[in-house]
Design a binder for this molecule. Structure first.
Ligand code: HEM
Length: 141
């Protein structure tokens, strides 16, 4: 009986997306805003701010990152619907990403997650996904 209940609880958890678990659209938007606020204001994040200024600017990334993360976390696939792909490597082809920039990105995201108040379970899962993608994006010494 107990093992049946455990199996049931586990399958329910797997079925609900990370997007729903963190609080859906509102929380995803709050996370994106908190992240880019940190990028724009934290002295330690200067390397990221400079990279964004070389591209389309932080305001642009706030919009596109929200669209992307919505689908990435299992919610509405806003980025794919608009651009027909969600190839993160392609999105960063023109960006020089060093190991230092990757570590700073992950550090800022870690701070943003704490700022919006996401549960520690969901936080570890989020950071696991972000770390996997960030590692894939390093393209520069
Ligand atoms: C590893 C460190 C990373 C660095 C240094 C970085 C840097 C950047 C920069 C500079 C831009 C703006 C490009 C432009 O305006 O031309 C950008 C855009 C973006 N980044 Fe990253 N990024 C990193 C990791 C990630 C990760 C882990 C994700 C997703 C989980 C991500 C998702 C995005 C998205 C969705 C955009 C907007 C793409 C678009 O404009 O269509 N980035 N990133």
């Amino acid at each position: 009986m107990i093992s049946d209940m455990r199996a049931d609880a586990t399958s329910k958890r797997t079925l609900s997306s990370l997007y729903d678990r963190i609080g859906g659209e509102g929380a995803t938007r709050a996370l994106v805003e908190a992240f880019y606020d940190i990028v724009e204001t934290e002295p330690r994040a200067e390397i990221l701010n400079i990279l964004h200024l070389r591209g389309h600017g932080v305001a642009h990334s706030r919009i596109e990152q929200f669209r992307f993360l919505s689908g990435f976390l299992g919610g509405p696939r806003l980025y794919v619907e608009r651009y027909g792909h969600s190839d993160v490597r392609k999105m960063h082809e023109h960006v020089e990403i060093s190991a230092e920039a990757r570590d700073t990105w992950l550090e800022c995201m870690n701070m943003a997650i704490d700022k919006v108040g996401i549960s520690s379970d969901a936080k570890s899962e989020l950071m696991r996904h972000f770390t996997r993608v960030a590692n894939m994006l390093v393209n520069h010494d």
